[in-house]
Ligand binder design. Structure first.
Ligand code: NAD
Length: 390
């Protein structure tokens, strides 16, 4: 961590309670009872239902005699309209507790539904920092991918369909009352989604580890996440049923979420958002493909931390200068991307040179994230990173 950490005050956010480990999902009924839930709305998507991941939740709620309804129409990279549909269901079914189960898309819809149900504001009016006025309906969040860490964070990422742009509710009230992280729920994630979501978690850990806003808390968590994800992602990609790999990827994604919830993110996210929305790429994929390019641009802003990343990812940095070691972190990331079959060239995703101005315009809309990035960027810098990525 750079700078005089002992001169700064630090803030740390996390859910009230975290249950981690195999079969913890069976505790959801008990947690619902403890939260005083009379009727639960399960919020999820069709892929999660098809993978039979709702069954243990239904069984646990049945055993605890907590009735439930299901909203299972969450779309990937969810639009605000999904939130409105699920709020209607919550009201029609008179539910007073939410269980969001799935990847980041389902958990983020669950968070937004929770707030929309109690706040007399539109969803878009709540987008921004701490704009929601009231606590939401209590929520239990259960990830089924090892990626976003949404179960640990204070944000809900949605798509404003009118402008085709990502928008974020950043509110303390979106934090989970209980997060249940059960690695057994991730055994069915297909290799491509394992790669995209695992890289998303690695981006969280790396971005927060080098951020100007990193804290001692975020550093400790990000370090372990980088080590675990770099080691175990190729194994889980190759053999989805490997429980040891799934366990450490779950742990890695969860602590990476905890890390960035307090330590912040940077230019990878800013530049990836427009790539994802314009070219319809999953969030993890757009982050992954921009990562090495933004890292190369950033290296001189924090070579010590990038050198540590190289070391954590298994590179031999002994005897190297800070900058030489830092350069190895980009090499390590590019090798990992190649192993999990993710191209880091924009042209491989249908982007043409003519699209670059549109991407620059989109990236500049997230310039607020540049404040936390280890190196400043202006519009020309953003263009040069996209050109390099092309
Ligand atoms: P996702 O939730 O969109 O899921 C991707 C696909 O995987 C879906 O089709 C889903 O059905 C399927 N799936 C999920 N779990 C499965 C399982 N165990 N077995 C088989 N299939 C499974 O993808 P994601 O990457 O987890 O989430 C992406 C969303 O999260 C984006 O909208 C992104 O912006 C957001 N996000 C939020 C935060 C946050 O802190 N709130 C952080 C990062 C990203």
């Amino acid at each position: 961590m750079s700078g005089m950490i002992f001169e700064k005050a630090h803030v740390f956010y996390s859910p009230n309670k975290v249950l981690f480990g195999p079969n913890t999902v069976k505790g959801v009924g008990n947690e619902a009872l403890q939260l005083g839930g009379k009727k639960v709305l399960i919020i999820t998507d069709p892929g999660v239902v098809q993978a039979n991941l709702i069954e243990p939740i239904k069984a646990s709620l049945d055993a605890a005699k907590v009735p439930f309804a299901i909203y299972d129409r969450v779309k990937p990279e969810p639009p605000v309209s999904c939130v409105m549909e699920a709020v209607e269901k919550l009201k029609a079914e008179k539910c007073d507790l939410i269980v969001g189960v799935g990847g980041g898309s389902s958990m983020d819809v669950a968070k937004a539904v929770s707030l929309k149900a109690t706040n007399d504001m539109s969803v878009l009016e709540m987008c921004g920092l701490d704009l929601a006025k009231k606590r939401g309906v209590p929520r239990i969040l259960i990830p089924t991918t090892s990626g976003t860490g949404s179960e640990m964070t204070r944000v809900s990422v949605l798509v404003n369909e009118k402008e085709n742009v990502k928008t974020v509710i950043n509110s303390l009230y979106t934090l989970a009352d209980v997060a249940i992280v059960d690695p057994l729920l991730t055994l069915t994630v297909p290799p491509k989604v394992t790669a995209d979501t695992g890289m998303d978690a690695l981006v969280h850990a790396i971005e927060t580890f080098v951020a100007a806003s990193a804290t001692p808390f975020s550093d400790i968590l990000a370090e372990r996440a980088i080590e675990w994800i770099a080691h175990y992602l190729p194994i889980a990609f190759a053999k989805g049923s490997n429980l040891e790999a799934r366990y450490y990827l779950s742990l890695g994604a969860t602590v990476a979420g905890m890390a960035f919830a307090s330590g912040g993110l940077g230019a990878v996210h800013a530049l990836a958002y427009p790539v994802g929305t314009e070219f319809h790429l999953p969030h993890g994929r757009s982050n992954a493909l921009m990562l090495p390019h933004v890292m190369r641009y950033n290296l001189c802003g924090n070579p010590e931390q990038y050198g540590l990343i190289a070391d954590l990812m298994g590179k031999d940095v002994e005897g190297l200068s800070a900058m030489e070691a830092a350069e190895l972190s980009v090499e390590a990331v590019e090798e990992l991307l190649s192993t999990v079959k993710i191209s880091f060239r924009l042209r491989d995703y249908g982007v043409t040179e003519k699209d670059i101005p549109k991407l620059v315009e989109g990236g500049m809309k997230f310039a607020r994230l540049f404040l936390l990035n280890p190196r400043d960027l202006n519009e020309q810098d953003v263009r040069s990173v996209y050109e390099e990525a092309y």
